[in-house]
Design a protein around this ligand. Structure first.
Ligand code: ADP
Length: 443
């Protein structure tokens, strides 16, 4: 349908009403009124009547239009403020850990450091790197959710074991003045759920990290219960709390509750937006109940898809087995990345060969029958990882290939799997993540 501009709408209505009025009202009046004095008076009233009707008409048309404009203006102003607050926050959140990394890396070069000092500096560098990576991940996650590019990968797992793992992971890094409690009303082995474990973990991790961040001292509880056919998770803290007017807004990206104390606590306002995006992808809901100064209780639901999981004897044996993948082919052109991977493999007692481009990877794979697994970088010279995998799959369909790449936006994982890789690991990865992937994929 053609959209008529507002100024044309006004002009058309003015001409139409005026034209109809002039054409018909005079004739109508002359039919009924014959006295010329009376006719003049009536025509004056008629004029006023016209002014009144057009005035009222224009008032309502303009009012509707102005409300629309004012709302759009308000939204634009809010979004401008949010954007500049976000830029300030993100700059702060990037520069702070960068400062730690650059500063302490420089100090490490000094000769007269004690072993303890070195360990402390390395610890700071590691923590700052993790902090930096988590900011980058948050920004990427939000853009993936916004563009609808998140793929849900549902698997079966024991819910109670999973909650215990989350508890242990946070329990070890708690501050002294905070305690964490797991209140799980679901117990026993019957509770095996079918959902995306990684996403569920991300949501809980985020809510618990926030609870720790916004609770100066006190208790944090989390857990899960069954509510009708839904699994209801909660994370409760005795922290600074959130004023009622922010209970909905904080789930929108870049929104932070505007109290002095939150301004002094780091954050870019993306964590809850990611939680909400992930909960919605799992077909659930998320909300908060909170009072300023008293604490907050975040809830979220996901469908309670319980299944009975049978663990076979082989799987039990598998989980106990020692890591022995045979010779690993590391296809990696970047020197530092290769040094890192080679160190992890050497420490785990695993033999390896290196290819510095896709063509070399293909050749080594063709000529070495003792290869157990391939770690394939994607961005490499001569032949990239995807092309190399395609060729390798032409003559060897069995060898497990794990794509390892820093391309984490878009459907990179799906693309790698579609092309013939068995698994995917995103850089940067930790020792345990790489070894777990290898363990999972060896024949
Ligand atoms: P960030 O923590 O990086 O600012 P989030 O999206 O995780 O971003 O949270 C948005 C806002 O919600 C926070 O800035 C804070 O004001 C408020 N908030 C979140 N969790 C809590 C909590 N447990 N207690 C108090 N306020 C919270």
């Amino acid at each position: 349908m053609v959209k008529i501009k507002f100024e044309y709408k006004i002009l058309i209505s003015y001409l139409l009403v005026g034209g109809l009025w002039v054409s018909f009202s005079d004739r109508l009046v002359q039919c009924f009124i014959l006295d010329s004095d009376y006719l003049t008076k009536v025509q004056t009233y008629k004029g006023w009547f016209y002014v009144l009707v057009t005035g009222v008409l224009f008032y309502f048309l303009l009012k509707k239009h102005l409300i629309k404009i004012r709302n759009a203006e308000k939204k634009a102003r809010e979004s401008d403020l949010l954007k500049s607050a976000f830029l300030q926050n993100i700059s702060h959140e990037i520069r702070t850990p960068m400062n730690g990394i650059v500063g302490f890396a420089g100090l490490l070069k000094e000769n007269n450091l004690t072993k303890n000092q070195k360990e402390m500096y390395l610890n700071i560098i590691t923590k700052s790197s993790d902090q930096l990576l988590s900011v980058v991940n948050d920004v990427l996650d939000v853009s993936l959710i916004d563009s609808g590019n998140v793929i849900i990968n549902k698997t079966q797992f024991h819910l109670n074991e999973f909650l215990d793992q989350i508890y242990s992971a946070h329990g070890t890094i708690l501050r002294k003045d905070i305690s964490l409690q797991l209140n799980n009303t679901l117990s026993g082995f019957a509770h095996v759920v079918f959902t995306d474990k990684v996403k569920l973990g991300q949501i809980l991790d985020n809510l618990i990290s926030n609870a720790i961040k916004y609770t100066p001292t006190g208790l944090i509880e989390f857990g899960c219960e069954m509510k009708e056919d839904q699994l209801l998770f909660f994370v409760k803290d005795s922290g600074i709390g959130i004023a009622p007017e922010y209970h909905e807004k904080i789930f929108d990206r870049f929104h932070r509750a505007e109290i002095e104390i939150t301004k002094t606590i780091g954050g870019v306002g993306l964590g809850l937006a990611i939680c909400k995006g992930n909960v919605n992808l799992l077909d659930g809901d998320i909300w908060v109940e909170s009072n300023l100064g008293i604490g907050s209780k975040f809830y979220f639901t996901i469908p309670g898809n319980f299944v009975v999981l049978e663990i076979t004897e082989n799987e039990k044996e598998d989980s106990k087995s020692i890591l022995n993948p045979g010779c690993v082919l590391v296809a990696e052109d970047e020197e530092y990345n290769f040094l890192y991977i080679s160190r992890l493999l050497t420490d785990a007692g695993i033999d390896f060969l290196r290819a510095t481009n896709g063509q070399e990877a293909v050749d080594i794979c063709r000529n070495n029958s003792n290869l157990g697994i391939i770690l394939m970088d994607i961005k490499m010279p001569i032949l990239n990882g995807y092309e190399a995998v395609k060729i390798i799959r032409g003559f060897n369909r069995k060898i497990p290939i794990i794509a390892q790449t820093a391309f984490v936006i878009g459907n990179e994982k799906k693309k790698a799997l579609d092309i013939g890789c068995n698994d995917y690991i995103a850089k940067p990865f930790k020792r345990v993540e790489l070894l777990d992937k290898i363990k999972k994929n060896i024949r």
